[in-house]
Design a protein around this ligand. Sequence first.
Ligand code: TYD
Ligand code: MG
Length: 456
Amino acid sequence: MARLRSVYRCAECGHEHPKWVGRCEACGEWNSVAEEPVAAKPARGRKAGRPEGRNLGASAARPLAEVEQSRLVRWNTGIPEFDFVIGGGIVPGSMALIGGEPGIGKSTLLLQTAARLRAAGRHVLYASGEESPEQIRLRADRLIEDAGPVLVLGETRLDAILDAAQSAHAELLVLDSIQTVYLEELESAPGSVGQVRECAARLMRFAKETGTAVFVVGHVTKGGSIAGPKTLEHIADTVLYFEGESSLDYRLLRATKNRFGSVDELGVFTMTEHGLSAVANPSAVFLAARSEGTSGSAVTALMEGTRPVLVEVQALAAPSGYGTPQRVATGLDPKRLAVLLAVLERRGGASFAQLDVFVQVTAGVRLREPGADLAVAAALLSSLNGRPTPSDALYLGEIGLGGEIRPIGGLERRLAEAGRLGFKRSFGSPRQAAQVPGLRHVPLNHVDELVRALAA
Ligand code: TYD
Ligand code: MG
């Protein structure tokens, strides 16, 4: 095939360069220039303008009420946590991107999904540019699912993969990973910005035209976003992140974008020697390792998407050797920890000066809402005074700079989950009086009340 001409366009200002340059000649931005094929995008030239007086084809606008209601078809994968996170099942003709650090389990999860869908009678192609079919076979042998009937292909040329998917009538195409495949008409190397973007666009078109569901693995950069240009996340219908502490056996799957469902839903898996297995009751698992009677521990209920999840916050305050004391936060924003320490000191009179402070959240969960403030404060004070928090107590509330404790939302669901797991008391703002049977509300107006309650 004759090589198509390429241009190198700046992603910031759109300026075209005849060859690759490290810095855009027009806007001066570094590393923003990426290759793209000229022929593939004839409609690109915005400058060309619209030919006047021409009928632009039959795209007639019509009232929304006249648009047929389409019923979204979904295929269940048979892995309930996976279905839940993606909004109820795989949508044919959609493209999902799954990101995560190397070794976190992306390939395993997708091979398990492929095997389940194959067992349900769907045609599936698992294409890998990372592993040979022999390596995939080795992995498959360990899984509980029978991945035997899944079609596999070791290939890095995207066109060859799409041809194979078409001739196999694949209803699901798994591509592992976007950084290893390439289009022959582009000169740049696999994994470069231009290749990744064009490959993603080609895959998306393929999904829409053929109705194939496409799952694409993407590696994440140091910054934590899926490598390559942000446009990759803009193109995909669904963006999933698979994360977890590599030392722990839990893996958390979360959708950060979903055109067919809600985002931020959390799916929890455990890693076993037979692959990933879904955790039906995350709260119970997260709290299982809690050692009651130890100081520096407090439990809170987070809303992860629409589901409440109970997690333990652990804190340790220890005399600092010398110099500036350390503040180490794992699973929460270090700045939030600094704010809470300052509030406890100024408003509650609890001093952490000369103490190293370490705070972490169990199972690799992140505290992303201020409603967990009260639990962090309780864990800190408990460690400071060497006095455990009551084992049946739940802490829910945001702490303001004045030391006041504020009510939080989603209360009924959080409390119901706590009640189910045997919690008897919930500490929080007087304005969030709870209505859950068996759970007594203990009102706290201000952090100084918490300081007194947890005093040595
Ligand atoms: P892998 O799926 O290859 O991760 P990724 O594709 O994200 O890089 O998994 C990494 C390794 O962990 C691999 O050697 C298999 C192993 N593993 C298990 O033993 N059990 C599991 O449940 C998972 C997910 C992985
Ligand atoms: Mg992999």
